[in-house]
Design a protein around this ligand. Sequence first.
Ligand SMILES: Cc1cc2nc3c(=O)[nH]c(=O)nc-3n(C[C@H](O)[C@H](O)[C@H](O)COP(=O)(O)OP(=O)(O)OC[C@H]3O[C@@H](n4cnc5c(N)ncnc54)[C@H](O)[C@@H]3O)c2cc1C
Ligand code: FES
Length: 281
Amino acid sequence: MPKGKYYQDFSILEKRELCPNTYYFKVNAPLLAKKIQAGQFIIIRPNYDSERMPLSIAGWDREKGYLEIVIMAAGRTSTEATQKNVGDRFQDVVGPLGQRSHVAKYEGACVVLGGGYGTGAVIPTARDLRALGNKVYGVVGARTKDLLILVDELKAVCDEVFVTTNDGSAGIEGFVTHALEQIMAREKVSMALAVGPVPMMMAVAKMTEGKGVETWVSLNAIMVDGTGMCGACRVTVGGKTRFACYHGPDFNAHQVDFNELIKRQRMFVEQEKIAFEAMQR
Ligand SMILES: Cc1cc2nc3c(=O)[nH]c(=O)nc-3n(C[C@H](O)[C@H](O)[C@H](O)COP(=O)(O)OP(=O)(O)OC[C@H]3O[C@@H](n4cnc5c(N)ncnc54)[C@H](O)[C@@H]3O)c2cc1C
Ligand code: FES
């Protein structure tokens, strides 16, 4: 590919395996690192012929000009991305996209809850909430101990971090909502942010509903352009059509039509399977 006037070198500066199929990447992206805010996201194409893949931001360094991302190999494009190594480049990276997370000084505590790659996504928001003087709890959940990621990184930006595992191999046995329940039982919680699989975000929304907890979820709708032009990421929030890429990705959890989101996330399952199988041939 010819290098045009605005060519940027999205080199991979560091790569670490966090757990099976999930990797941390530090990527050179000086212009993005200058502007990105907590809660915003990027879209990458790992290779020239790859599809576009939205990714949350787990951190950045404005001076050194890099972004930190976490990629879980879920299908063809994410596998292409996780096959890259230090010194390789992502073909292109677009952003910052979406709105920054809502942060304010709250009367009660704030709780950020992460599942899977969502743990990376809540770290910058936790840092912003704490910088405003809030008491911030972090909760990281996984099926089992070996799948827990970024616990120390979350500890660095929270007052206290709870770990939950479904099988009880580490921390509290159960789901992130069990930790949230314990925190809510011991003190007033004013705000919660959950980022992770849809069932986890739904469970958090259900637990805080009617309890005076402003609750946000980051919606991982299928996206194409990421700028509000194509309509692919359409979601319904409070009875209104919203584009997750432009109006979100964070939305009021108590107003999200999660069933519609789940249905739309599964729209291309057959094609995704075919694409992944073709890649492995
Ligand atoms: C705002 C946002 C932030 C995200 N942050 C991260 C992150 O930090 N780390 C991470 O690993 N993943 C993240 N994802 C999910 C990631 O974009 C998808 O896993 C990836 O696009 C799947 O593509 P694939 O070809 O590997 O898998 P496929 O086999 O094509 O898809 C697997 C599943 O991923 C979802 N998906 C597929 N294509 C897209 C798409 N274009 N946009 C959104 N979801 C899609 C669908 O539910 C699909 O069933 C995020 C998604 C969104 C919308
Ligand atoms: S991805 Fe096209 S409108 Fe959101």
